[in-house]
Design a protein around this ligand. Structure first.
Ligand code: THU
Length: 131
C-alpha cells in the first residue's frame, strides 16, 4: 500500500466521523507490522469530554486485530466544508501512537492543497514518556 493509498483511506473513513459538536472530522488509517490496515474516525458525545479521536479508533482496531507496531499512520482532518491545512495528531494521540511506534514509524498528513508532510515520532513527540 502506498502513502497516497493510505491517506486516501484516512480521508474516506473521515467521512464516517460522528462530530456534530465540533464539526471537525478526522480519519486515521495505519499499517501494522503484518501489513494489515486499520482505520478509525473521531466519535464525539453530548458529554464533550467523552470524545474518541480517530487515531485512538485505528489503534484500538490494530490491537484488537493482533497488531503490535505502527509502521505508518496517515491522518486526515479538517473543518467540514472548508479547505483544511494538514491536521497533525493532537498531543494525547501523539502519546498513543508513541506506545506502538519505533524509530522507523512515519506519521503522514496532507493538506487539501495536496502538500505532503511526513514526520517521525521523535519529531512529533521529543523526549517522550515511557515507563
Ligand atoms: N481529533 C481527532 O480525532 N484526532 C486528533 O488528533 C485531533 C482531534 C478530533 C477530536 C474532536 O472530535 C475533534 O477532532 C475536534 O477536536
Amino acid at each position: 500500500m502506498t502513502d497516497d493509498e493510505l491517506l486516501e483511506l484516512a480521508r474516506k473513513v473521515r467521512d464516517q466521523a460522528h462530530c456534530p459538536y465540533s464539526r471537525f472530522s478526522v480519519g486515521a488509517a495505519l499499517i501494522d507490522e503484518n501489513g494489515r490496515v486499520h482505520v478509525g474516525c473521531n466519535v464525539e458525545n453530548a458529554a464533550y469530554s467523552n470524545v474518541s479521536c480517530a487515531e485512538a479508533g485505528a489503534i484500538g482496531a490494530m490491537v484488537a486485530g493482533g497488531g503490535k507496531r505502527i509502521v505508518t499512520i496517515a491522518v486526515a482532518g479538517g473543518n467540514m466544508g472548508e479547505k483544511s491545512r494538514a491536521c497533525t495528531p493532537c498531543g494525547g494521540c501523539r502519546q498513543r501512537i508513541d506506545e506502538f511506534a519505533d524509530e522507523n514509524t512515519r506519521i503522514i498528513v496532507k493538506d487539501d492543497d495536496e502538500n505532503w508532510h511526513s514526520y517521525s515520532m521523535a519529531e512529533l513527540l521529543p523526549s517522550s514518556f515511557h515507563l
